[in-house]
Design a protein around this ligand. Structure first.
Ligand code: HEM
Length: 284
């Protein structure tokens, strides 16, 4: 925001009057919009590696999704700070807001649903070994949702900044860990073994946590449970739509990132987030 001239409500009224209701058309330097949004940088980032027309929508859609991964990371860290401060109302609102972000992120899959195998093949070789699997921000998203895996941060070893952030994220509590710690402080019987577990380890479902969710649904914290369930559903949608995009554009061929492709993705989709929030429903 530095360098941007701030305006008050009064300034805006005076301008609108001076402009006789029309927008301001003259600026001494570039427009304030460009300064704020960083349009020159943003539009300079669409560096396609082929002349194939279908590559640009592929790249832009990927970049849009990457930005959303960063936004989700920032928002869930905020929700964690709010939970840590026992401000569950604020945390629930933040989580609800991220459900909307996720809807927008998932809607972006439509921008790739037209991609046929022939079109994808026409630029795929030029992408080399590049794969969304190597997105550090996506890994942050998964870690915050509780899907921890040390192995999946290894591709970032040669990028010390990204790697250190991921190591830190691996060892930090996930959003789900923060929720469970909050529920324990709120008087719910979250077992000690869950509260004291190694946050870097893969989360395994616990029947006592399942019982906690059944109890939560009968009380004032039910909106938090519902917001988390919405989030889990949106995340499942992202994975499913990604899988469909893969199936449509390359079938069961191996992935650029070195995996078997479809079958690897199907396996990774089985790692469900917030598991007890789903299984508890059978007991309600
Ligand atoms: C039609 C286009 C796409 C195809 C064919 C495709 C293909 C694949 C494949 C085969 C994998 C498995 C890893 C590997 O590469 O071997 C993968 C993983 C992944 N892709 Fe895509 N992808 C597409 C679009 C996207 C887009 C637009 C994004 C957005 C950033 C994305 C993000 C990811 C992520 C985050 C993973 C890792 C998933 C995980 O860890 O479970 N993909 N993709």
């Amino acid at each position: 925001m530095t360098g941007i001239k701030q305006l008050t409500e009064q300034d805006r009224k005076a301008r609108a009057e001076a402009n006789e209701g029309l927008p301001t058309l003259g600026f001494e330097t570039g427009t304030p919009y460009d300064d704020y949004v960083g349009t020159a940088t943003l539009h300079g980032l669409q560096r396609t590696v082929t002349d194939v027309p279908e590559e640009l929508p592929f790249l832009v859609t990927t970049q849009v999704m990457e930005l959303y991964f960063g936004l989700l990371r920032a928002e869930w860290r905020l929700a964690q700070r709010q939970l840590d401060a026992d401000d569950v109302t604020a945390a629930t609102l933040t989580i609800r807001r991220t459900v909307r972000h996720f809807e927008a992120l998932n809607a972006a899959w439509a921008a790739l649903s037209w991609l046929t195998p022939a079109q994808f093949n026409s630029f795929r070789d030029a992408l080399g070994e590049g794969s969304g699997f190597q997105s550090a921000f996506y890994r942050h998203v998964e870690f915050l949702l509780g899907n921890k895996s040390e192995a999946l941060i290894r591709p970032h070893r040669r990028n010390p900044e990204a790697y250190e952030e991921l190591v830190e994220a691996l060892h930090r509590p996930s959003l789900y860990d923060s929720v469970l710690a909050f529920l324990a402080r709120a008087g719910h019987a979250v077992p000690r073994s869950v509260l004291d577990r190694d946050p870097a380890a893969e989360y395994g479902p616990d029947p006592e946590v399942e019982a906690v969710w059944v109890e939560v649904y009968g009380g004032p914290l039910a909106p938090l449970a519902e917001a988390l369930t919405d989030l889990a559903e949106q995340f499942s949608d992202w994975r499913y739509r990604h899988l469909m995009a893969v199936r449509r554009s390359m079938g069961a061929k191996p992935g650029s990132g070195g995996s078997s492709g479809l079958s690897w993705l199907e396996r990774s989709m089985r790692r469900e987030i917030f598991p007890e929030l789903w299984t508890a429903r059978t007991l309600m």
